[in-house]
Design a protein around this ligand. Sequence first.
Ligand code: KIV
Ligand code: ZN
Length: 502
Amino acid sequence: MNDKNKVLIFDTTLRDGEQAPGASMNTKEKMEVAQTLERLGVDVIEAGFPISSPDDFNSVKNVAKSIKNSIICGLARCIKKDIDAAGDSLKIAKHGRIHVFLATSKIHRQFKLKMDKEQILRLGVESVEYARKKMEDVEFSPEDAARTEKDFLYRIIEAVIKAGATTVNIPDTVGYTTPWEFGQLITDIKNNVPNIEKAVISVHCHNDLGLAVANSLAAIRSGARQAECTINGIGERAGNASMEEIVMALKTRFDIYGCHTGIKTQEICRVSRLVSKLTGFVVAPNKAIVGANAFRHESGIHQDGVLKEPTTYEIIRPEDVGFTGIGLVLGKHSGRHAFKARIKSLGIELKESDVDKAFERFKVVADKKKQVFDEDLIAIVEDEMKSVSPTWELAEMTTASGTNMPPKATIVMKSKGKKFEKTSSGDGPVDACYKAIDAIVKVKGELLDYSIQSVTRGKDALGEVTVKVRFADQNVIGRGASEDILVASAKAYINAINKTLS
Ligand code: KIV
Ligand code: ZN
C-alpha cells in the first residue's frame, strides 16, 4: 500500500482526553493506557502537558521511558518554561515530540492573549525554533485554527514550517466547523502555503456539534495525514474525535477515503474498555464501534438476515474490533483447562496464581448463573485482578431494606489478617453499606458519582458498579462486579478506598 496514504493516528486520550472533567488518571493508570495504545499500533501518544503539574511531568517521563514503538509527545504553550518541561520529560524517549500551541483566531487574540497578529507570528516562530533546539520532531498547533482568518493561518503555518515544525496541526478547538468547510480549509492550506509539503498536516477536532469524526474524515479526504483523537471520544466538553470511529470509517470505506492506518483493530474493544474502566466514563450502549449494542440485532428480520448472511446488517465484522459478543462459553461444569483457554483466547494474560484466583471466582459465579458469557469472564478477571493490592477486603455483608423498614447494612472487612465489623443504617442500602465501610476504614469518602451496568442480559446478569469518590482533594474511580448489586456496590467503594490508600 502507498505510504502517502497512511494516516498517522495521534492519540491524545492521556492529554486532551484526561482534560475531560472527572477523567483524571494516576501515573500508573496512564502507563497502563500507554502500553495498551502501543499494542494497538498508535503512531503518536500525547502523554500529557508536562508543565501543568509534577504528576503530569512524571507521567510523560515514565511513558517516554517505557514505550519504544510509538512517538511520545508532550504539550507546551509558547512559553520557554513549558517547552523546557516538555523537553526534559521527553529526554529519555526513543522517539519524542514537542507539541507547541498558540491561539491564532481573532477572538483568542483579542480576549485571551491580547496580542496582535505580528506578535503571535513572532512568538510562534521563536517557540518552534526553541523547541527544535531540543528535539527534531516538533508539532505546531494554531489553536482555534478553524475560526482563524485564512490569510493569517497560511502565513503562520508557512512561518512555523520554515522555523522547523515537522507537523502542523489544524485544530477545530471549539467544534465549530462543518465537514465541507473543514475539508476545503485543508485543500486551501495545501494550495496557499508554499512549503506545506515539508510538514505533515494534522487535524484535531472537538465534538461540540457532534461532527468531530465527520470533520476529521473530510480533512483526511482533502489530504490531512495525521488525525488527533481519543479512545471513546473522551475529552474537553463534548469530547474529541473518537479514534475507533475514525479508524473503522477509513477501513470500512477505503473505497471513499483511499487511506489506511497502522491500527490493530482487533484490540479496539479492549482499549475502549480499559479507558472506560480507568476514567469511570461509561460507554453508551449505542456508541458506534464499541457500544454494547453495536453488533446486537434485536428485530427478528435483522436476526434472520444476519443468520443467513452477516453482511446483510453488519458492515463491520465484530471480531475485527475485538467485540466478543455474547456467545455462551462456559458453565458450572467447565474445568480449569477450558476456563484458562477461554481467558487466553480473549487476549488476557494471567500468571498461574491469578488463574487459580480467577477460576475460584468463576466457579462461584457459574454456580449461581448457569451461563457464563465472555463479558462475564472479562468482568470476573478485572474484578479479581485490581491494579492495586488491597489494603481492605470485603469478607461478608448482610443488608436489609424494604418499603416499610429503614435500610441497614452489616459489613465485615479484612485487613492484615484481622476482621472488623460494623452495622449502619442509611438513606438506602448502598448508603448504609458505605456508612458501615467508612466506620470501619476511618477514611471518609464523598460519593460523587455512582453507576451500575449489567454485564450481560438476563435477570441473573453480573452487575458492574463504577463509583467516583472524593477523598480530601483527590477524586478516585472504583469498580466492582458481582451477581449481587449491593456486593458490587460495596466492592467498588472498597476499590476506591484501596486506590486512595495506595
Ligand atoms: O483543542 C485544541 O486546540 C487543543 C490544542 C492544544 C491542540 O487541544
Ligand atoms: Zn483539543
